[in-house]
Design a binder for this molecule. Sequence first.
Ligand code: SF4
Length: 453
Amino acid sequence: MQDNLVGKTYFVKTFGCQMNLHDSERVSGLLESQGCIEVATPQEADIVVYMTCCVRENADTRLYGQVSAMVSAPPPPSGKRVIAIGGCIAQRDGERIRTHIPNANVVFGTSALSSVPDLLRQAFAADDKQILVDTQEQGRGFSTELPTHREQAFHAWVPIMTGCNNFCTYCIVPHVRGREKSRTFESIVAECKSLVGDGTREITLLGQNVNSYGRDLYGEPRFADLLRAVGQTGIERLRFTSSNPKDLTQDVIDAMAQTPCVMPHLHLAVQSGSTRILKAMNRSYTRDQYLQLAHDLKSAMPGLALTTDIIVGFPGEQEEDFEDTLSLVRKVGFSAAYTFIYSKRPGTPAAKIVDNTPHEVIQQRFDRLADLVAELAHNANQKDVGSVSEVLVEGTSKRSGTVMVGHSKKNQTVHFEVPQGHEASELVGKIVDVSVTEARTWYLSGEVLGDPR
Ligand code: SF4
């Protein structure tokens, strides 16, 4: 087939989690390796890729809205636009995706990134009535073997495994990302070493449940050992996500506390403060076990910032269950929390549970929780006023070109003015010491001390 991808323009839109962000970087890397050129908007692009998420209902509706808007967009300079749908909705729906997205030309599943160039070549050669689908999971390598186009040169997402074996009753992920499959220990450490060699300053190890890393590998290397080994590669800042409390063991806590480049922030989803609801969610830990874990983490790493995810309105949730959630949140003192109203996902066990709790009641609970989380987040930030925060600079603030934004070691967002004698552009990817002068609920602000490094 004549190579009809060279010179084509492309645009990638990512919905959902960090794993999707990583996969989008691989798809961009693949297209660039085929001679395609990135453009800033879908309207300008010959190839538009949507990396989709189906963790909540509104993710579906947002996607359908955005893709159908492309139907009325004028054709690109090349005369033909190809729409490719990837990620979890693609894996879940496959060919059926045309029901909601009649203008989709290509559908590629969560394990089928490597087939994207060929599918696109076929799509440019085919008529629009045809849809090309690849959602095959078996025998596919890791997307980490594919070329990449990183959004940020100073930060890298490094997947260590794919899939999840936990089957929380509300979650669609195991159905669209498959069973847990770990990359080899050596390939991860080698990738991290090469990233450090390329000047990467921060690495985030990725997986749906990183704490169960290696259980499917010969000799069962443990996540704690991997953390220590990556900590020896010379990386300055090391993070990891997502952690499941049921698998976060003492050896991981020790490895975090004894590996200096591991950042003092952990995202540990609790989902509910009620043991009864945790059981119904199949989360495999109790309220008290989570509280004990939070206590052990903070004892081992004083000053650790703990953040979490919480679902409100899980079917069957009573007022006393919700009160348990509020009291656990207060007890742990989270620095921040992502709070969600339960979203029924077809195909999950929880979707079969009948619940007649009025939406207003669930909304009121959600608002009460959001107020508490905001109060705790502000208190946590307030404690840092007067301290010096080491910030990795990511770019300029959306509100003003003279205000820079970055993240502290505790993963707080930090704003500061471009210091005299420096250009905003030269600060991106640098580390600066910021003297914190003000705390807001969701960010800190301050002044730069000394020179960027
Ligand atoms: S641990 Fe539970 S919530 Fe997280 S991806 Fe696995 S099944 Fe979903």
